[in-house]
Design a protein around this ligand. Structure first.
Ligand code: PEP
Length: 254
């Protein structure tokens, strides 16, 4: 983390939350945020589509941001079951996650589609949180940086920059497993991502663009991870479902 990048703590609720439990969590977070004077971090939650409207109402003007977990690449039309970025903006979302590994694996989302979704997010005025990360087999084969390079170049649109894009590095094998890379390994990949962003978008955009770490971040490991020089926040799954844990992670921002 450096002074010119404000830490971002993003919660990915995945397919969790029905009615009151999601709203209670949102209200608890909103209360914490309202009571916090002069927060030095940004914080947001990405509930399932069904809860976005209600959570948005519960968050009100608390300062906790609202995002979604996916969007379609087209603005409107005959796409049964899909939700467009413009619809998310209508609901008050400011962010949308695209290219999460669970969508890449479970919905066959390839880089070109992730890129199209990020472009749609930008067109709708949303900040795209673009996820990348290697599988365990790829890491074991020594291919981590190759995979990350390929996903970065394929998934980020040309119009990406510090104002409309966040990159989330999420090693697939660390998601929901309780395992994380070492701090040195995380910093190595984040520094590599920053160098790739610098080569493509120039130093000014790359210095401002936030790179989040995701994968089993919790209150016990957050402080060390968030202190790494190229880690600008976290994308948090499991621990974002408990207000205490999620808030504690946010409090660990340098
Ligand atoms: C995620 O799904 O983006 C994630 C990081 O999950 P978890 O924190 O549960 O590993």
């Amino acid at each position: 983390m450096t002074a010119n990048r404000r830490p971002l703590i993003a919660g990915n609720w995945k397919m969790n939350g029905r009615g009151d439990d999601g709203l209670v969590l949102a209200l608890q977070l909103a209360e914490r945020m309202k009571a916090k004077k002069g927060a030095t971090f940004d914080i947001l939650v990405c509930p399932p589509f069904t809860l976005i409207y209600g959570v948005g109402q519960a968050l009100d003007d608390s300062g906790v941001g609202l995002g979604a977990q996916d969007c379609h690449a087209i603005e409107s039309g005959a796409y049964t079951g899909d939700v467009s970025a413009a619809m998310l903006a209508d609901l008050g979302c400011a962010y949308v996650i695209v290219g999460h590994s669970e969508r890449r694996a479970g919905h066959a989302e390839i880089n070109s589609l992730v890129r199209a979704k990020a472009e749609a997010a930008h067109a709708a005025g949303l900040i795209a949180i673009i996820c990348i990360g290697e599988t365990e087999a790829e890491r074991d084969a020594g291919k981590t940086l190759d995979v990350v390079k390929d996903q970065l170049s394929g998934s980020l649109p040309d119009g990406a920059g510090a104002a409309n894009t966040v990159v989330a590095y999420e090693p697939v094998w660390a998601i929901g497993t309780g395992r994380t890379p070492t701090n040195d390994e995380v910093q190595e990949v984040h520094a590599f991502i920053r160098a790739e962003l610098t080569a493509r978008f120039g130093p000014s955009e790359a210095q401002g663009l936030r790179i989040l770490y995701g994968g089993s971040m919790n209150p016990n490991n957050a402080r060390e991870l968030l202190a790494l020089s190229d880690v600008d926040g976290g994308l948090i799954g499991g621990a974002s479902l408990r207000c205490e844990d999620f808030w504690s992670i946010a409090q660990s921002c340098p």
